[in-house]
Write a protein that binds this ligand. Sequence first.
Ligand SMILES: Cc1cc2nc3c(=O)[nH]c(=O)nc-3n(C[C@H](O)[C@H](O)[C@H](O)COP(=O)(O)OP(=O)(O)OC[C@H]3O[C@@H](n4cnc5c(N)ncnc54)[C@H](O)[C@@H]3O)c2cc1C
Length: 491
Amino acid sequence: MAGKKKVIVIGAGYGGLASAVLLAHKGFAVTLIEKNAVPGGRARLWEEKGYRFDMGPSWYLMPEAFDRFFDLIGKKREDYLPLDRLDPYYRVFFSKDEFVDIGPDMKKTKKTFASFEKGGDEKLVKYLENCRIKYDTAVGEFLYRDYSSVLDFMNPTLLLKGTKLSVFESLDSLVSKYFTDHRAKKILEYAMVFLGNSPYNAPAMYSMMSHLDLDLGVFFPRNGMWGIVEALMELCREYGVEVKLGEPVRSIEMHGKDARAVVTDKGRYEADIVLANADYAHAETDLLPDAACGLDEGYWKKKTYAPSMFIMYLGVKKRLKRLAHHTLYFAADWDHHFRQIFDDPAWPDQPSYYVSVTSKTQPDVAPKGCENVFVLVPVACNLDDNDAQRAAYADKMIAHLETLAGENIRDHIEVKRIFSGRDFTADYNARYNTALGLSHTFDQTAVFRPPRRSKKVKNLFYAGHYTHPGVGVPMVFIAAELAAKVIAGER
Ligand SMILES: Cc1cc2nc3c(=O)[nH]c(=O)nc-3n(C[C@H](O)[C@H](O)[C@H](O)COP(=O)(O)OP(=O)(O)OC[C@H]3O[C@@H](n4cnc5c(N)ncnc54)[C@H](O)[C@@H]3O)c2cc1C
């Protein structure tokens, strides 16, 4: 390692792992330091009594972003991360008695939309064409661009191209121009929760999410989302990244305007460059001395945070036929849930929610004849998340899930874990219990996200979901590429 520049990466989420691999591939000597004993950050694995759960993300969208990462290091994605296209992509319940499957057969999807409203099939074709244009514009002009100042954004060519993205219109307003039926609208708007936003507040450019799921498709790694962590850990080994697990970083030591070392309870790691992939607010306000903090509490207080989540991991000792690999339930009054997340914070009394049962496609994640059931309800940040509240909410959600499954689940649960608001703070140093970091409002998009380069420390950089392009697994792979290029002086 003599002669190589030393980079310390803080936080082994997908973002930190991917950045570490790219930097090591570029010739840096990289040490990656992670607080938790298991790598993967929000995408860790939890195992109990033969049940395996991907703790966080479960949707593998935008496959080209992952392929591009492997291309950058001259590897083939399929050698490290084999994938399958899901069929159906997902099942949507509008009530306990009405559900539709959305899958790879576009003819069937068009029929489904035609059954929702007159001309729904043709409207879908036109709408998806609009989404594709937005996606191509975003990929071609915005997502892979590093913004170091507003001037990078405010140039006439980009602004002209930006008009194609409809940043000043809300997603709901765009969708409502095409569709009136609530079911069509819900299918085209649900993904906003993945971005920590509501369709009423998200810029219409995020309609590109419908291009991702309906056109490009929904895939799943053979070894689940954990398979991505395994692939990245394997690459870390190949490129000689030193990975330290179970070692929270306590501070970044300064020398003048430079970060000189990263300090943990077990050691002091000298650095030429520090890349923080931990939650940005934590890194700035908790790890840096006050004089080096460029974005203080005042800055973070003004931000709009993405929701928190109530999650249950259930090991169920039977097969649940009515649930698919990905199942979504959309409540009749869908606005009410958004209001309880964003406007009048409260535990949702009629929630829309998401259920993942990866044992439908991965045989080894549950004992034979059993299912690993993951239930996710988006909830407001900072709700009172005491044990009694959690237990009561778990009961309510299991009862509702039984109505979708059409059978008793409660008496067949042999593994149960709840992960909710306070756990995001305890496990990831999240601010305000947010599950996803900063929401994707217009003023928190692209150049308006927290900057890649520290405002005050010359050799401190940021990656991960707080930075551009933002929340989501493919996005943090893009952020890793941008961070590695900036650090290597390629931007
Ligand atoms: C429940 C859930 C479901 C999701 N579903 C999807 C989905 O289906 N598809 C999708 O694309 N996206 C999804 N997302 C979003 C996606 O998971 C995230 O955007 C992405 O994983 C963030 O990666 P990251 O590396 O930026 O952050 P993280 O994964 O949070 O990594 C940051 C790491 O820093 C570590 N850290 C923090 N403080 C310190 C410290 N002081 N010292 C050392 N280490 C520290 C943390 O422990 C963590 O490991 C989901 C998120 C959640 C929470």
